[in-house]
Design a protein around this ligand. Structure first.
Ligand SMILES: Cc1ncc(COP(=O)(O)O)c(C=O)c1O
Length: 370
């Protein structure tokens, strides 16, 4: 990296190395590498952080989604409604339960599942809805809950990008029947490898996931009640997640502060900035601006030494494995398709400095003279 360049992401400020090394050392000394006290303590502490009654640690955000859907009774013949603007794993998890994903459009302000479109998409086969807290913006949980209750649907939230988000005073993790988190290293709370978790207030859902993640076994090692999976969380990841969880609130606060700096820096470019709903405290996993000339802007920023990414260049129903689930009516997912054409993720990570945000602002100003 040259002097003055702004990386897209820098993990260093959110890696308390000495604390992590001590946590790994504890696990090495214990000899318990899968499950055990570190996993149980992390589950207790993450449940406490979110305010949920139960947390079940699993091997990734994708296994969290699949386990939560199965625990809510989703299976072959069912339809599961989700947002067309998401990472492919949301749709893949639905497909792997044997259910059919049904994509609905986003609300253009929040970029999350549009509740009015949700109601229109329900059929007698609909079993569940998966709202996605895209980029860290919590979905409209109360409106979604009202529709889910009307049609008796389970709500399984995909909060892989929203650790620390808040909706109407309630933390993400408590807003659905089951909430799925990813702890992929670059997430707001990231492990040192793959990991995930489901939070829920429902002891039945928690128990089903516990069984499913461990080969269908219950409290006895020798009994097996369902054909399960190996979706267990390992102890080294749990120990490291416990260390990082102690810093999570401070890192989410830093993300919000940096988003505020961007707001001041780029406020003159009307449609560019994200406009979070007044109902939420955004978790700002990603800071995603929109521009019609996105590819031009991206190239100009790259020349100026500002790294950017695109989340995601196509809506999920435009990705090969999911094209067959795209709705027949043209234009019904135009909000998600337009977002895919215009979105650009700017650098945002704990440890980013005001000077770096100014540097990004200058690069935008040079690219888009007003
Ligand atoms: C919205 C969303 N859902 C699901 C996942 C899958 O999580 P994982 O990579 O931990 O399986 C991700 C991770 O990138 C995600 O961003």
């Amino acid at each position: 990296m040259l002097d003055g360049e702004v990386p897209f992401f820098d993990l260093q400020a959110s890696q308390p190395l000495a604390e992590l090394a001590a946590a790994v050392q504890t696990v090495l000394a214990s000899g318990r590498f899968v499950g055990g006290p570190e996993v149980e303590s992390f589950e207790r502490e993450f449940a406490e952080f979110t305010g949920a009654r139960h947390c079940v640690g699993v091997s990734s955000g994708t296994s969290a989604l699949q386990a939560a859907l199965l625990a809510c009774g989703v299976g072959p013949g069912d339809e599961v409604i989700t947002s067309a603007a998401t990472f492919v794993a949301t749709a893949a998890a639905i497909v792997h339960t044997g259910a059919t994903p049904v994509f609905v459009d986003i609300d253009s302000q929040t970029r999350t599942l549009c509740p009015a479109r949700l109601a229109d998409a329900v059929t007698p086969r609909t079993r569940a809805v998966v709202p996605v807290d895209l980029y860290g913006h919590p979905a409209d949980a109360d409106a979604i809950r009202r529709i889910a209750d009307r049609f008796d649907l389970a709500v399984v939230a995909d909060a892989a990008q929203a650790h620390g988000g808040v909706y109407r005073g309630r933390r993400v993790g408590t807003l659905a029947d089951a909430t799925c988190f990813s702890f992929y290293p670059s997430k707001n709370l990231g492990a040192l490898g793959d990991a995930g978790a489901v939070t829920t207030d429902d002891p039945y859902i928690a128990e089903r996931i516990r069984r499913m993640r461990d080969h269908g076994r219950g409290s006895s090692r020798d009994s097996c009640t369902v054909a399960g999976h190996n979706w267990r969380l390992d102890a080294i990841q749990a120990a490291c997640l416990r260390v990082k969880l102690r810093h999570l609130q401070e890192w989410v606060t830093a993300r919000r502060e940096i988003a505020g700096w961007y707001g001041r820096e780029l406020g003159g470019y009307g449609g560019l900035l994200p406009r979070p709903s007044a109902d939420v405290e955004h978790a700002f996993h990603l800071f995603v601006v929109r521009h019609r000339e996105r590819d031009f802007l991206r190239k100009a920023l790259a020349v100026a030494g500002v790294a950017t990414q695109i989340h995601y260049p196509r809506a999920v129903h435009q990705m090969e494995p999911f094209i067959r689930y795209a709705p027949r009516e043209p234009g019904s997912l135009s909000g998600a398709e337009q977002l895919a054409k215009e979105c650009l993720s700017l650098p945002l990570y704990p440890g980013m400095t005001p000077a770096q945000v100014r540097r990004v602002g200058q690069a935008v100003a040079e690219a888009l003279p007003s």
